[in-house]
Design a protein. Structure first.
Length: 269
C-alpha cells in the first residue's frame, strides 16, 4: 500500500531503538526523509545507515537530550535549515530506567524524571516542531503512549501516570489543531518486547526460566509481574508497531484525529 510518504519530511524522537526505530524503518521504506532524535551518536549513525539502505533519500540523526528545551529547539532549527518544513512528528521516547516500581518505592526525584521523558519530551518536540508542521501542505503528529493507561498495574505507577498525561495532551492537541488540518493521534502499545522489557527479562534470576528472545516467555513474565496478558499469548515485536504509526502519519489518514489506538495483542480494554 502506497502511504503517500515518498519525499515527506518526518521527525521521530526516540527513533534509534525499539518502537521508534521500527517506525523509522517502516516510514523510510515508503520513501520519506526521516530525522531521528536520540542521545547516543553511535546508535544514531547506525540507524541513519539502515534508513538510507531502506530507501530514505535524506536520513539524518541528531544527538539531542529531550529533557533540555534548548537542545530540542536547536534540533528543530537544524531541521528547518535542512528541510524547510515537516510533514510529521512521531514522539516515541519514553521512560526506561525510571518510573518502574510500586507507589512507595518512587520518590519525588523519580516522579519528576519519569514525567520529564514520558510527557515533557513530547511537549517540547511538539512546541518546536509546530512552526515547521504549519509550513507543510499536510501535517500529522503521533504520540506513543501505553496500554497500561487503560489497564493499570501497581508495578508501573509513575510510568503509567506519565503516559496518561501524554494521552491527555494528545487529545487536547487534536482539538486545538483541528482547525489547521493537523491530525494528532496516540498509539498505545500493549505488552511488547521493547529494549527495556528485554533488559528486564535478562536481569531476572535464572530460576524464572525466561528467554528474552522468546515472545511467549516474555509474555509469561509480563503476565506474572505486571498482570498484562494478551489474547495472542505472546509479547509484541517492536516491528509490529511500525506500520500502525506509518499509517497514522500518512496522507492516507485523512479523518482520524484524537484517537488512541490500542496495539495490544488482544485484551478486554
Amino acid at each position: 500500500m502506497d502511504l503517500g510518504l515518498a519525499g515527506a519530511f518526518v521527525a521521530i524522537n526516540g527513533g534509534s531503538k525499539g518502537m521508534g526505530r521500527a517506525a523509522a524503518e517502516c516510514i523510510a521504506r515508503d520513501g520519506a526523509n526521516v530525522a531521528v532524535l536520540a542521545r547516543t551518536q553511535g546508535a544514531l549513525d547506525d540507524t541513519v545507515a539502515v534508513l538510507r539502505d531502506l530507501g530514505s533519500p535524506d536520513p539524518v540523526g541528531i544527538a539531542t537530550d529531550l529533557t533540555n528545551d534548548v537542545g530540542v529547539a536547536a534540533a528543530f532549527a537544524q531541521l528547518r535549515e535542512r528541510w524547510g518544513m515537516l510533514h510529521a512528528l512521531v514522539n516515541a521516547a519514553g521512560p526506561v530506567d525510571v518510573g518502574i516500581g510500586g507507589f512507595a518505592a518512587i520518590d519525588d526525584a523519580e516522579w519528576f524524571a519519569t514525567f520529564d521523558i514520558g510527557t515533557l519530551s513530547a511537549v517540547r518536540c511538539v512546541r518546536h516542531a509546530l512552526p515547521l508542521l504549519r509550513l507543510a501542505p499536510w501535517a500529522r503528529i503521533v504520540n506513543v503512549s501505553a496500554h497500561s493507561v487503560r489497564r493499570q498495574s501497581p508495578a508501573i505507577v509513575a510510568y503509567t501516570a506519565s503516559k496518561a498525561a501524554l494521552t491527555s495532551v494528545s487529545k487536547n492537541l487534536s482539538l486545538s489543531l483541528a482547525a489547521e488540518g493537523i491530525l494528532v493521534n496516540t498509539v498505545s502499545p500493549g505488552s511488547f518486547n521493547s529494549p527495556g522489557m528485554r533488559d528486564y527479562v535478562l536481569a531476572l534470576p535464572a530460576d524464572r526460566n525466561a528467554d528474552p528472545d522468546d515472545l511467549y516467555d516474555v509474555m509469561r513474565i509480563i503476565d506474572e509481574d505486571f498482570g498484562h496478558p494478551a489474547h495472542l499469548r505472546r509479547a509484541g515485536d517492536p516491528v509490529e508497531i511500525g506500520p500502525v504509526i506509518a499509517f497514522l502519519i500518512s496522507k492516507c489518514n485523512t479523518y482520524m484525529t484524537g484517537a488512541d489506538v490500542n496495539v495490544d495483542g488482544g485484551s478486554d480494554f
